[in-house]
Design a protein around this ligand. Structure first.
Ligand code: SF4
Length: 260
């Protein structure tokens, strides 16, 4: 048995919502948002996840936004109890592990995910920066699908090409469904899109890629991040389709309908 102290999670929140991004767009998911991230993407819309807050917030009734707060870190048994309460019959299509970067808590997830599966039977979807292959390997057997980012340096300020390649290969060699998400902005360097397309195609040209135009940030920032023009989006999708079978353009739809 692992020491009891290992069986705690650092959480931001748990809530039931409509997935607004990627291949699962429009489906109902139970979101478990983990604290901590080791990246600092320029376009990050959840910088509150970078550190561990003293308290996490837990929705009491699915979709009602009636949050209560609890201190961090959270024992595994308590987290399972919250999930069980949210798991109303037929409501959720899957459970989303999101963040922050959930893989920073891989040791917890190794213990948590088999119990989560026994409790709910729901598919488990991991939303990740796609740069921590060693931690991914620890929990791959317990995942059903993975949405991984490839961080374009010209947009995110992060440069993780080698880690992304190893990460994607691990997913591809396993049983999980994987897709790749690229955030694009007006400052995207097209050679980086070509590099990303080649990286994915080297693994398999059939892996779906989502181009996600950045959502203009609401709050004042030093450097405003602007979405690409319609012409840029068309040109860049065409560029990537030279290498890949499936390249879709999907913005953050949850923000269009004012959802969490
Ligand atoms: S990986 Fe995600 S949570 Fe972390 S800084 Fe980038 S956008 Fe924000």
């Amino acid at each position: 048995m692992p020491a009891q102290s290992q069986l705690t999670a650092r959480l931001i929140e748990i809530f039931s919502a409509i997935q607004g991004e990627g291949l699962n767009v429009g489906t109902r998911q139970l979101f478990i948002r983990f604290a901590l991230c080791d990246l600092r993407c320029h376009f990050c819309d959840s910088p509150q996840t970078w550190e561990v807050p003293s308290f996490c917030r837990i929705e009491q009734t699915p979709g009602c936004r009636n949050f209560e707060t609890y201190p961090n870190p959270v024992p595994l048994s308590l987290l399972l109890g919250w999930v069980e309460r949210q798991n109303q019959p037929g409501l959720h299509d899957s459970i989303s592990l999101t963040g922050g970067e959930p893989l920073l808590q891989a040791s917890f997830l190794v213990e948590f995910l088999p119990q989560l599966h026994r409790l709910t039977g729901l598919p488990v979807y991991l939303e990740t920066g796609g740069h921590r292959p060693e931690q991914l390997a620890m929990i791959l057997p317990y995942l059903n699908s993975v949405g991984m980012d490839i961080k374009l340096p010209s947009v995110s300020g992060e440069n993780r090409w080698q880690a992304h390649a190893r990460f994607l290969q691990l997913c591809h060699d396993s049983h999980v469904d994987v897709f790749v998400k690229l955030i694009i902005s007006a400052t995207t360097h097209p050679p980086e899109l070509k590099q990303a397309a080649e990286l994915v195609a080297d693994c398999s040209p059939s892996i779906p890629v989502i181009l996600q135009p950045v959502t203009p940030l609401q709050s004042p920032h030093d450097l405003p991040i602007l979405p690409p023009t319609p012409e840029q989006v068309l040109e860049w999708q065409a560029l990537m389709k030279h290498h890949l079978k499936s390249v879709r353009v999907i913005p953050q739809t949850h923000k269009m309908i004012d959802q969490l």
